[in-house]
Design a protein around this ligand. Sequence first.
Ligand SMILES: NC(=O)c1ccc[n+]([C@@H]2O[C@H](COP(=O)([O-])OP(=O)(O)OC[C@H]3O[C@@H](n4cnc5c(N)ncnc54)[C@H](OP(=O)(O)O)[C@@H]3O)[C@@H](O)[C@H]2O)c1
Length: 266
Amino acid sequence: MSDLDRVFEQAKTVTDRFRLSGRSALVVGGTKGLGQAMALGLAAAGADVCVSGRGPAGLTETAEAINRLGRKGTSFAADVTEEKKVEELMSFMEETYGGIDILVNSQGIVHLQSSTEFDTAAWQRVMDVNLKSIMLTCKYAGRYMLEKKRGKIINISSVRGFQGRAEDLAYAPSKGAVNQITRSLAIEWGPKGVNVNGIAPVFTLTAINKKILSNPEMKNWVLGRIPMKRLGELEDIMGPVIFLASDASDFVNGHILPVDGGWLGA
Ligand SMILES: NC(=O)c1ccc[n+]([C@@H]2O[C@H](COP(=O)([O-])OP(=O)(O)OC[C@H]3O[C@@H](n4cnc5c(N)ncnc54)[C@H](OP(=O)(O)O)[C@@H]3O)[C@@H](O)[C@H]2O)c1
């Protein structure tokens, strides 16, 4: 068979490779903001989805919205900085969905403060929520995925994972480490059938940055800095996460995909 004949045959079904039917997904931090948008996007592409957060806000409503999309939507309240809770969350996935095919880590918090006054407890909290939790969820989800020799993990980083910023001793460093944990896992697990990638969004109006973007001067600076001259919208992240969760991205591994209107290229 010639190359043309082979790709011709494959092209006929290539869009099926973006479908997530029969897959189970867990979106940690899926109760609000970008995580909620990704949870609904994955469900619309065919996955059954559990969302998690400390709650109670967003847990039931998001699961119900997933059900309205025709998928099995559930929620599980857990602070994923606690190892015991992460273990319980994975047991819930096993009992409810028979395991986990897709893990999205969208949990995150920010703390900005003058570096000479930086609050040590706040620094630790940012590291626990943004980084330690990813080590924990990957550790436990990875066990299921490696056994099945199949899985997709998507860690939500930030453009700050590539850049420093004044008064940011915690968030940007934590996201830089998210990029590195993603690459390390990709090297270890990629050969075993589990792809590990990241997404780096730019400013999108959600609870996490309401305070920063409510400052008109800051908002204007951000808009001027983004080549596409607009903030991110929640739906901007849906296509990228579906792609990374699907068979269409089977040879993409250890990549951090900016969804940033060109910010990092400027
Ligand atoms: N929005 C942006 O402009 C932007 C830009 C770049 C990167 N990001 C990244 O994108 C991700 C999502 O941000 P977002 O804007 O969607 O924020 P968000 O609206 O504040 O949502 C954060 C989510 O994380 C959950 N969460 C926080 N602490 C948790 C914990 N200890 N255990 C479990 N869940 C926890 C929250 O639920 P509970 O509060 O109920 O726990 C919520 O579901 C974050 O990693 C963020 O750093 C966002």
